[in-house]
Design a protein. Sequence first.
Length: 155
Amino acid sequence: MEEISELLRTTREEMGISINEVSMDLNIDVILLENIENGNAKAFKDVYKLRNYILEYSKYLGLDIDKSNDMFNDYLFEKTSRISLADLKDSTNDNNPKISSPYTKEYVEKKKVWPVILIVIVAVILALIICLIILINNIPKEKNYELKGGYYELS
């Protein structure tokens, strides 16, 4: 934040514009502009408003908005990341990264195996049940023979 704050303040001063004039032209309170120029980001509850103020101020001063946006994003990344930007850059240059970050981690999609195994087990059980039913229906039924007059007859 110090880098972009210094750039905004020095550019304004070199152009000979007062902070009150900027305030009136951009319709931003003087106190907010002073906090931006002093690098006091904690004075802003919303970082998106701070970003918009900085970009609007940069445009007003004729600075490169993309460069200002990149500077603010670098500041924001430094403040919100537990890993410094320098460490992150060093780790990505190595073949064996020392740090794992949500920004550099490659996610591998985990395949769900359990539903497939369950479907196979159910299919095998159904096949066994069908085979048993077919076997039971194909067993020859007992025939009843009765002894009639010395001979066995089918009844």
